[in-house]
Design a protein around this ligand. Sequence first.
Ligand SMILES: Nc1nc2c(c(=O)[nH]1)N[C@H]1C(S)=C(S)[C@@H](COP(=O)(O)O)O[C@H]1N2
Ligand SMILES: [Mo]
Length: 324
Amino acid sequence: MTRKSADWPRIASSEITPESVWLNRRNLIKAAAAGGVATVVPELSYAAPQAPRQLNAAQGVCEGCQAKDPLTPYEDATGYNNFYEFGTDKSDPAEHAHAMTVDPWSVEVSGLVKKPGKLNLEDILGGFDLEERIYRFRCVEAWSMVVPWVGFPLADLLARFEPSEDARYVAFKTLYRRSEMRGTRSFTSTIDWPYREGLRLDEAMHPLTLMTVGLYGKTLPNQSGAPLRLVVPWKYGFKSIKSIVSVELTDRQPRTSWQELAPREYGFYSNVNPDVDHPRWSQRYERRLPSSLFKPNRIPTQKFNGYGEQVAGLYEGMDLAKYY
Ligand SMILES: Nc1nc2c(c(=O)[nH]1)N[C@H]1C(S)=C(S)[C@@H](COP(=O)(O)O)O[C@H]1N2
Ligand SMILES: [Mo]
């Protein structure tokens, strides 16, 4: 007997089946389809859901990357977000990012590499040794949080594609899919999509620079940049680009979305720096989430967000007020 997809319960199968079993079933279905086997399978009309998948991550692998600060509660880290593709309110991403399809997913690695290619979702989630890193994370808007991210060094990803000798920078792009991203359809949106970011190659290769697939031991919820986002803990949050689909090695400094929008306000480097104010607000202090009118939780901001010991050397001899 066949059942039409409409008869199937509108709940994610992962809610009733352990995720591993569910993934295997999807593979079986794929295999059946590929082999032309005449099996009737229900149409998977319900998209791969939010259902977080448990991740196996090593802890305390690297020195200086486990912040001692108390963790920001999960609800704050995943309920107060910037992800302009889904709107500009802090609650918009949690409310609307579920519309984004993250499975299937693929990331293209191109440009000045000896082995250009693609990673698909399973390569991303299963192809690297995962680590948990507890990082301070500071937005240029002066709020901050402390999150146990799960990921792998961006250096590990780049190594697989073998950067050429002339590569100097890495350019990243976020998915741009208007049908699923209501913020990109908004009349008031001024960003020239897709969202773009970049790093100097030595910043990209720095061991603190994390390709992130999860938080709190589970895969990223969409609002946090599923399935793959960057986390660069010594830079303002906007450098930590979400839902990446393209990584391109270049010999020229790439243009970034925020630089293009307001070059006097947002530089390429964007290192956290209490001594260099944003034209519209001071960077001396930050509000550590959860923060409220009655309990602002205001703390002084540290240079390089407290990671100076590890990263200051990258900027030796540079005027950080000029290269903001
Ligand atoms: N694609 C994309 N990536 C993005 C943004 C965005 O709007 N779109 N916002 C950035 C900003 S300003 C910040 S502070 C962080 C927020 O990450 P979080 O929501 O996980 O805290 O994501 C960054 N990455
Ligand atoms: Mo930000």
